[in-house]
Design a protein around this ligand. Structure first.
Ligand code: MSP
Length: 664
């Protein structure tokens, strides 16, 4: 067992939380849960940054005292983290009495090192960053390089910290600890910044009242970043009588990681370690800088006015769907774009379809075959054991590197393998076959076991849903990830009927009205029975259908078989394909339908397929349609495709058959 300390940035209380803010906390929570499930002793800290001019000004604008604004906003954070089931062990507010002694103590130590002096300071100041910039550092419009907002010319007397003295020590530390800043590309940026030469840093203000007094310098208050950064140790008791947490999680042998956004990397990877070096205190092991969530290519932020509020998203999709989306769609470290459409697509494809439907299909089949019980067999070695252990290995490797998207991908690969294994074995065709009961039991048990392993791996990601999935599978919710080893599913255990896990979201209804009135409009979700509990008598011949296949329309009027046979459906080989000029939808295909001559068919499939995708492939065509002209080209038939959310998915035989074969 090792000790693991993980922190999020502490959030400013001038604004309500948005998706950018909660991202750091979701990441912290996921990694904290992962390490706990690996058996580590974990301390996970989050909190709020409540002093400084930014808060002072925001409060003034709202006619409030700064502490009243802080109290109001912090309540929203408490409520949000409660709603989201965040597993932090502590929440620190920098206005709490327990914080100030830590700040005084670090200042006392830095002063003892002789690293403070007083000087008059004139410079270009960004009140949002609470930082002075040189002219060179401003953006092309002469504005703050982070916020793009005007800087102010300021002149005041400040206490300075001798940051310039620590350049070499910092560079040596980066060289000796290549994981001090992750990802690697960010370390290079930081190294470059330090190598250019550091200027001393002003660490007091005489113009800001809403701040801690600076010990030893009357009329000065503590610069908000020196105050804020110290939260990571003050919360552990640094500067107070009982510092046992500090001794364990900061000064001990374990690992400590700060999660930060890339905009605050310099504070954490340059200023903070320099303060600590000066104070003679240990440094954190890693500063992990993640990218920004963008909307329309701009950082999601209050000043840009493009915020995505998590409560609205969660109301619509649930907490775990939001967690899944941000962890799956952002390559940790890089920027990612937020879009409602990507969100719904990801939810429907991965959670409703791949996970939800696989679980519901398997549970339903097992109940049908074995009288509402799990299969009465276990398999110690089978076609899924290799893929399962590969997936588990890839998962842990990715998690060690905080590559959440890769960890999830590894689990989804196992889900795909499981589905392919089911399709190969077709247990639904053998449910009533006495002689095949042993085989059916083994196929279903192995598939359920693979999905159980996936679900255990999902515990840090989906803390609410993963246990629900495990219970649905008739499996235990384990205490640690050791149970990702093959073989944990009980044979023949009780198996209750499936309850819906991830009801599919109707994209059109969601995106339509939701865009205009996100508060009132809820996504239209299909009912439990319809979306994830297949009907009894359909399962014998065919696998239960994916929810996406279930048409919302009422059944059409029935026709006789003769009428159906009037339509000639035939398999065709695509011999050539080309784009249709000026059309985004159409492709011109030359197909072989088993006749002496090839035909031209114009197909509306270009939104999903390029001509190269189709040449050499088989499709199904309506072969006896009257010719029709499309964009000036005569089409002699129609290609069959299932259309989902405006995208065509071609219908084709499962394995190759001679061209011209009749489909019926
Ligand atoms: N109070 C400081 C941090 C002090 S830590 C000792 C602060 N607060 S903040 O509320 O402005 O931002 C907190 C975190 O949210 C930062 O890591 C920031 O990068 C992150 N995000 C804010 N907007 C973001 C996005 N649009 N996308 C991802 N994260 C971003 O900075």
């Amino acid at each position: 067992m090792s000790d693991f300390y993980v922190t999020t940035p502490i959030y400013y209380v001038n604004d309500l939380p948005h998706v950018g803010h909660i991202y750091s906390t979701i990441v912290g929570d996921t990694i904290a849960r992962y390490r706990r499930l690996r058996g580590d002793r974990v301390r996970f800290l989050t909190g709020t940054d409540e002093h400084g001019q930014k808060i002072e000004r925001a409060a003034e604008e709202q006619g409030l005292k700064p502490i009243a604004l802080a109290d109001r906003v912090v309540d929203r954070y408490f409520e949000l983290w409660r709603q989201m089931g965040m597993s932090h062990d502590d929440f620190i507010r920098t206005t709490e009495a327990r914080h100030a002694p830590g700040v005084s103590e670090i200042i006392r130590r830095i002063a003892d090192s002789g690293d403070f002096y007083v000087d008059r300071h004139e410079g270009l100041y960004c009140p949002l960053c609470e930082l002075f910039y040189t002219e060179k550092e401003l953006d092309e419009n002469g504005n703050c390089p982070i916020h793009g907002t005007p800087v102010e010319l300021r002149s005041e007397e400040n206490v300075f910290f001798r940051l310039s003295k620590y350049g070499d020590a910092l560079l040596a530390h980066y060289d000796a600890n290549p994981n001090f800043v992750r990802p690697q590309s960010r370390l290079n940026e930081v190294r470059q910044f330090v190598a250019q030469g550091l200027r001393d840093l002003s660490v007091s203000r005489t113009s800001v009242d809403w701040a801690l007094p600076f010990p030893g310098y009357d009329g000065h208050t503590v610069y908000v970043w020196l105050d804020a950064l110290t939260n990571y140790i003050s919360a552990l008791g640094f500067g107070r009588d009982d510092a046992s947490l500090y001794d364990t999680f900061w000064a001990g042998q374990g690992e400590s990681v700060h999660i930060v956004g890339k905009d605050i990397l310099r504070f954490h990877a340059v200023y903070w370690p320099a303060f600590l070096l000066s104070a003679g205190l240990p440094l954190p092991d890693t500063v992990w800088a993640h990218g920004w969530w963008l909307r329309d290519d701009k950082k999601v932020s209050k000043s840009v006015g493009n915020v995505v509020r998590p409560d609205e998203l969660m109301e619509s999709f649930g907490v775990d769907a939001l967690r899944y989306f941000v962890l799956r769609d952002m390559v940790f470290g890089q920027d990612a774009s937020f879009s409602d459409e990507a969100f719904v697509d990801r939810y429907n494809a991965d959670l409703a379809n791949d996970l939800g439907n696989t679980v519901s299909r398997l549970v339903t089949l097992s109940r049908r075959a074995f009288g509402d019980r799990l299969p009465p067999a276990s398999v110690s070695e089978g076609p899924l054991t290799g893929p399962a252990s590969e997936a588990v290995e890839a998962y842990h490797r990715a998690m060690a590197d905080w590559a959440f998207q890769d960890a999830l991908r590894a689990l989804w690969r196992l889900l795909q393998e499981t589905n392919q294994y089911l399709v190969r074995n077709e247990p639904w065709k053998k449910l009533k076959d006495e002689a095949a009961q042993g085989e059916v039991a083994e196929v279903l048990w192995s598939s359920l076991e693979a999905v159980r392993i996936v679900s255990v791996g999902l515990l840090p990601f989906l803390p609410e849903k993963a246990p629900a999935v495990l219970r649905t599978l008739g499996a235990e919710v384990p205490e640690n990830l050791g149970s990702m080893a093959w073989g944990g599913l009980p044979a023949g255990g009780e198996l209750p009927a499936v309850t819906p896990l991830f009801p599919r979201i109707d994209k059109k209804s969601y995106l339509g009205p939701a865009k205009q009135a996100p508060k009132e409009s809820k996504p239209v979700t299909e009912t439990a029975e319809k979306s994830q509990a297949p009907k009894k008598d359909s399962a014998e011949k065919e696998p239960p259908k994916n929810v996406g296949d279930q048409a919302a329309e009422p059944p059409a009027e029935r026709i006789t078989i003769d009428k159906f046979f009037d339509i000639q459906l035939r398999v065709a080989n695509v011999v050539a394909a080309e784009a249709v000029p000026k059309s985004k939808k159409l492709l011109k295909l030359t197909v072989d339908v088993g006749e002496t001559e090839h035909r031209t068919v114009v197909a509306g499939v270009a939104k999903k397929y390029s001509p190269e995708d189709l040449v050499g492939k088989q499709v199904v065509v309506v072969a006896n349609l009257k010719p029709a002209k499309l964009m000036g080209i005569e089409s002699n038939g129609m290609v069959l495709a299932a259309t989902e959310d405006g995208l065509p998915f071609l219908v084709r035989p499962e394995s190759e058959v001679p061209p011209g074969t009749r489909v019926s």
